[in-house]
Every structure is written in structure tokens, then in C-alpha cells.
Design a protein around this ligand. Structure first.
Ligand code: ATP
Length: 350
């Protein structure tokens, strides 16, 4: 394995706790990786007035990949009242347009749905991450105005690249792709749907469908097994990925990758969870699975698959759970169980 250099951004709240566990797992399957840690997030904002200092951003671009914990704290706000969100700044400034959110049911007891078997929910949500309804988020609003508007921006370039990325993901999976939009109401979404049909012609093997976001939300709850890959706009993706995570055990089970043509940031889909920070009970699974996505993206598929198999093996025992999933294990004990499952299957260093 190449000696990849990984930037660690543990961030705030439970971020440092879950990143430390992911690094323990990475060290077991990929000993050649090296790490450098950077302070980015609400803590850094309180210290320096800038959550993502320019000198740090310049350094981050030089790493092979970035592993991020969680950023932001509810009480740490910008003067305009919004939370500081350097993880969104990173997506935009590194042009990480493709958000990948895999959702997989490891054990029937983890789902609020009845009669689901392990593996029956196995879908991938692809979220556009640089435009959509988040596009105007940094535009200052006039505090004296009685009307504040946000803009939903879809560009042809932005649409084509995220749709192609989604079709490529579908080609690697079960070859089914659903576009989730609101093309019956919003012109921007009718535009997105038109481009979807154009790009679909490049991928004749992929079966496609288009759903309005309200219908998609209903079907995700009633029939999640019908979905393979879903692709959608930034805000819809934000909402639906939490909904989908809820089908398989919650935010502690939801990994994610934000990928561009050059850079990749890998992080759990959850936030900093300040309500449980510092107690050693955060669920590290989402971050460990995000680390597996990082290895996959770096081209280290065998090591990535070893992590995924170990997680699957550990979670096949329903008592191996942290409190968020009704269990009693600490963050560290959960990782220990994954490491124990990994031992017999980890690729041996050559
Ligand atoms: P953000 O807006 O930054 O995504 P959020 O406000 O949606 O964050 P989270 O920080 O994700 O919220 O937390 C939502 C709930 O889920 C909290 O009750 C939190 O404790 C719980 N939670 C989130 N992540 C984990 C985890 N890894 N382990 C256990 N519980 C978690």
C-alpha cells in the first residue's frame, strides 16, 4: 500500500472521540498511512476568530485525503446568528460536488421498520454539494428587511457532473438510479430533470426513474428496498440522508464521503452531538465506515472491504451496540469489537 498522507480534522463535540477510533481501525488495516492533525471548527473559531484559517486550508490541499469528525456547536454562532460550518466551506472551496451517503441495514433490530432482514436496505444517496438551495447561504441578508429570499441554483455544469457521478455509482451497484426532484413545481428542478434524461443516454444499462421529493420520502419509509442509487439536490439530499439513516439505526450508522475531481473529505453524516460529547458513548461506526470509504477512494479496495466485513461481523451480534442503538458499549468497546472481528480477515502486510 502507498504511504498516503491523511489530514485529520477531529473538530468539535464527539468529533475527536470518533476520529480517534477510526484511526485505530485504519492503523490495523493500513499501517502505511501517516496522519497530521489540524484544528478546524467552533473551537478554532473561539480561539482565533476563524474556524478555517487560510494557512490551514492551504496545507489541507496537499494531503491525499481528509478525515473529518464533526464541526460546529449550537452556542457558537456568527454575528448573523448562523452556525459556523467550515465543513460546508471545505466542500465549496475544494469543489467537493459529490456527496455519497450509503445506507445499509446490518441487523433487523436496528430498523424501526418491521420485517426487514439484514442487507434488505442497501441504498446510496448521492447529494449535490456545491449548489442547489445552499448556493446563496453566505449572501448577507438585510436584517431590517421584511423579506429574505434564498436561491436554488442549478447549473448545467453542476448538474451534469453530479448526474454522471451518480450513474457511475449505479453501474458499480445494481444499475438502478432514481432522480429525486420537484420538477412539477420548480423551474430549476425541471431543468435538472431534462439534463438527467440527456445524461441517461450515456448509460443505457442503468434503469432510471424520477420521483418528486415528497413521494420519495414516503417510499423511503414504506419500501426502502426498492432503491439502489438516488441522486438529488443539496437540500433534499441533506434531509433525505437523515431520514434514510433513521431506517438503519440513526446518525451513528451513517457514513459519508464528499468527493471532487481532486480532493476527498470523509466524515460521519452526523453532527457534533454536544449532548453526549465527552462521555465516551458516541457511536464510532459511521466514522469507521467513512474511513473505509476513504480507503476505497484512495484505491485500496481490499483494506476498505476488510473494514466493511469486520463491521458487518461485529454488528451481527445484536448486543454489540452503543447506547444510541439501545446497547451498553462505550465508544472504545465498540471499536474493540470491530478490531476483534477484523483480526482474522485483515490483509496481511507484504
Ligand atoms: P448537524 O446539524 O451538525 O448535522 P444535528 O444538530 O443534526 O447536527 P447531531 O449532532 O447529528 O445533530 O445529533 C443529533 C442527535 O443524534 C443527538 O441527540 C446526538 O446525540 C445523536 N447522535 C449523533 N451522532 C451520534 C453518534 N455518533 N453516536 C450517538 N449519538 C449520536
Amino acid at each position: 500500500m502507498k504511504a498516503y498522507r491523511i489530514a485529520l480534522l477531529p473538530g468539535d463535540g464527539i468529533g475527536p472521540e470518533v476520529v480517534a477510533e477510526a484511526v485505530r481501525v485504519l492503523e490495523a488495516v493500513a499501517p502505511a498511512l501517516s496522519y497530521e492533525e489540524f484544528s478546524v471548527g467552533a473551537g478554532q473559531y473561539l480561539r482565533s476568530g476563524d474556524p478555517l484559517p487560510p494557512a490551514v486550508f492551504d496545507r489541507l490541499r496537499q494531503f491525499d485525503a481528509i478525515l473529518l469528525g464533526a464541526m460546529g456547536l449550537p452556542e457558537v454562532r456568527r454575528p448573523d446568528g448562523l452556525e459556523i460550518t467550515p465543513q460546508l466551506d471545505l466542500r465549496e472551496r475544494l469543489d467537493l460536488y459529490c456527496g455519497l451517503r450509503p445506507v445499509y441495514l446490518f441487523h433487523p433490530q436496528d430498523s424501526p421498520l418491521r420485517n426487514r432482514t439484514a442487507g434488505s436496505i442497501d441504498l446510496l444517496l448521492v447529494r449535490e454539494s456545491t449548489e442547489g438551495l445552499f448556493a446563496g447561504r453566505l449572501r448577507p441578508a438585510d436584517p431590517a428587511s421584511d423579506c429574505v429570499e434564498d436561491t436554488l441554483r442549478i447549473t448545467r455544469r453542476g448538474a451534469e457532473r453530479i448526474l454522471r457521478a451518480a450513474f457511475r455509482q449505479a453501474m458499480r451497484r445494481r444499475k438502478r438510479l432514481t432522480l429525486v426532484d420537484k420538477a412539477n413545481v420548480l423551474p430549476s428542478m425541471a431543468f435538472l430533470r431534462r439534463i438527467f434524461h440527456e445524461v441517461a443516454r450515456e448509460f443505457p444499462e442503468v434503469a432510471t426513474e424520477c420521483l418528486y421529493v415528497d413521494a420519495a420520502a414516503l417510499l423511503l419509509v414504506r419500501e426502502p428496498e426498492r432503491f439502489d442509487v438516488l441522486v438529488t439536490e443539496n437540500m433534499f439530499g441533506d434531509i433525505l440522508s437523515d431520514l434514510a439513516a433513521g431506517l438503519v439505526g440513526g446518525m451513528g450508522m451513517a457514513p459519508s464521503a464528499d468527493i471532487g475531481d481532486r480532493h476527498g473529505v470523509f466524515q460521519p453524516a452526523h453532527g457534533s452531538a454536544p449532548d453526549i460529547a465527552g462521555q465516551g458513548i458516541a457511536n464510532p461506526v459511521a466514522t469507521i465506515l467513512s474511513a473505509a470509504m476513504m480507503l476505497e477512494w484512495l484505491g485500496e479496495s481490499a483494506a476498505a472491504e476488510a473494514i466493511r466485513r469486520a463491521v458487518r461481523a461485529a454488528l451481527s451480534d445484536p448486543t454489540v451496540r452503543t447506547p444510541d442503538m439501545g446497547g451498553r458499549l462505550t465508544t472504545r468497546q465498540m471499536t474493540d469489537a470491530i478490531l476483534a472481528a477484523l483480526a482474522p480477515i485483515a490483509p496481511q502486510p507484504r
